[in-house]
Write a protein that binds this ligand. Structure first.
Ligand code: SAH
Ligand code: SF4
Length: 351
């Protein structure tokens, strides 16, 4: 049994099965999530009998198997991780100057089938467990040797974006549990302000992110009107824009408007990129505290859509910014290793 991904209560229950006292939970938690040890024999404060009991009873702290690791010229690193049942996902580290974000996957494939998204062309195979989500981050920390957990300010793997494969709010219980483990102050201790969860708009779950987690929210908006969004994001037929915007308002009522919501907007040539679209977009988000993040569409084989010309993207951004919205254009990272937005998948082929 892998202990990664158990809540404190569950870990305590396992220790009780071994006849151990509750105070051991805190010690073991520290070794797993603060020290990052994979081997019980190194957990010196536990005492030899307990270390042995953990080993002979078959407990592990295994990370997923690394099937492939690729490094891009801009130092973006991508792993293909395989879990015990043979399913695999991709995880990406996107470095900035002296810090960076790990992009976590939450599902194998995705059921939503957004037409611009490579992951979405893959169907849903299964949800990841909380342990598999936490273990992606721990394996990334292993890869950079970032143990024991450095202070919040000095760490290289400083942020998390839940923007990898899958829709996090369709696997909410596991995502919630994983993030709670990652935010726990006595372990990995990543601040909620350094975590951003991105959703295509699973409306009923959006307020819960503010209630349960307090992490930042990003919405894959991508269109100013239902008729456009219906065409590129099938989920919009279930949860149309007016409901999505209402859910965002609720999110900010709970979390406060200082919590800006990031509206992600993929720039698609001739589909959503006119000045009229930009104006409509601003009308749509009126009353919400938002910033935009314009994403140049990453083209992929088999998808007929095209990226807007660079000049068009610049003008679109300028129009939003002249109305006092932040609207930076997201730099595409790790493109030659297929690590950019919407390019992740779970096979070894590079097609
Ligand atoms: N399912 C979640 C999180 C994963 S997608 C969501 O949809 O928000 C992460 C981001 O990449 C989303 O904003 C998504 O719309 C965007 N994206 C998907 N395919 C893309 C592509 N081909 N080019 C650029 N961005 C893409
Ligand atoms: Fe799924 Fe997000 Fe891709 Fe849409 S954009 S198919 S919701 S991963």
């Amino acid at each position: 049994m892998n202990l990664i991904g158990l809540s404190r209560q569950e870990l305590q229950a396992e220790l009780e099965k071994l006849g151990e006292k509750p105070f051991r939970t805190k010690q073991l938690w520290h070794w797993i999530y603060f020290q990052g040890k994979k081997d019980f024999s190194e957990m010196t404060t536990l005492g030899k009998p307990l270390r042995q009991k953990l080993e002979v009873n078959g407990y592990t702290l295994d990370r997923p198997e690394i099937i492939r690791e690729q490094n891009a010229l801009d130092r973006t690193r991508k792993w293909l991780f395989k879990f015990t049942d043979g399913q695999s996902v991709e995880t990406v580290y996107i470095p900035e100057e002296d810090r960076g974000a790990v992009c976590l996957s939450t599902q194998v494939g995705c059921p939503n089938g957004c037409v611009f998204c490579h992951t979405g062309s893959q169907k849903l195979t299964r949800n990841l467990t909380a342990g598999e989500i936490v273990a992606q981050f721990m394996a990334a920390r292993d890869s950079y040797g970032e143990w024991p957990t450095p202070s919040q300010e000095t760490r290289y793997l400083s942020n998390i974006v839940v923007m990898g494969m899958g829709e996090p709010l369709l696997n909410y219980d596991n995502v919630k549990k994983a993030l709670q483990i990652i935010m726990d102050g006595e372990g990995i201790a990543l601040s909620k302000r350094r975590i951003t969860l991105s959703t295509c708009g699973i409306v009923p779950m959006i307020p819960r992110v503010a209630e349960d987690l307090g992490v930042k929210l990003a919405i894959s908006l991508h269109a100013p009107r239902n008729d456009i969004r219906d065409q590129i994001m099938p989920i919009n037929r279930k949860y149309p824009l007016e409901e999505l915007i209402a859910a965002c308002k609720k999110f900010q009522e709970i979390g406060g408007t200082r919590q800006y919501i990031t509206m992600e907007y993929v720039m698609l040539d001739g589909i959503n990129d006119s000045d009229a679209d930009a104006r409509e977009l601003m009308r749509l988000v009126k009353g919400l505290a938002v910033k935009f993040n314009l994403i140049p569409f990453n083209e992929w084989k088999g998808c007929p859509l095209k990226c807007s010309p660079a000049k068009r993207i610049k003008q679109f951004s300028a129009l939003l910014e002249s109305n006092n919205y932040a609207a930076p254009v997201r730099q595409s990272r790790g493109q030659e290793i297929m690590a950019a937005c919407g390019q992740l998948k779970s096979t070894q082929s590079n097609a």
